[in-house]
Design a protein. Structure first.
Length: 110
């Protein structure tokens, strides 16, 4: 059974993964994918990290804290990259990344 303390962090991870998916798709559709290559790559990496961390927390394994630490690191990198761009989807992604990173950092410190 999932530890209740993970609930908010799991929700933030899934919200961040969704924001990353939207951002990557929008970056690719805008016609300047080469300029946004780093953003797209980090969106993909971040979404995968968030989904992994959420799954580990949901399963309540002993790897939760380490998965959250990695997720926070990737979220911070993605949030910083997305935060450099003016597009709304990038700004929304950066916000979701920052929120997820904060919660995952707190879980990693447990």
């Amino acid at each position: 059974m999932t530890d209740r303390r993970f609930g908010e962090c799991i929700r933030a991870c899934y919200a961040c993964a969704e924001a990353c998916d939207r951002c990557a798709a929008a970056c690719l559709a805008e016609g300047h994918a080469a300029e946004m290559a780093r953003c797209v790559a980090l969106d993909i990496e971040c979404g995968a990290s968030c989904r992994y961390a959420a799954g580990v927390m949901a399963r309540g394994t002993e790897y939760a804290e380490r998965a959250c630490a990695l997720c926070a690191e990737v979220c911070n990198a993605c949030g910083a990259e997305c935060g450099r761009h003016a597009e709304d989807h990038c700004k929304q992604c950066a916000q979701a990344c920052r929120a997820c990173a904060a919660l995952c950092s707190a879980m990693a410190a447990v």
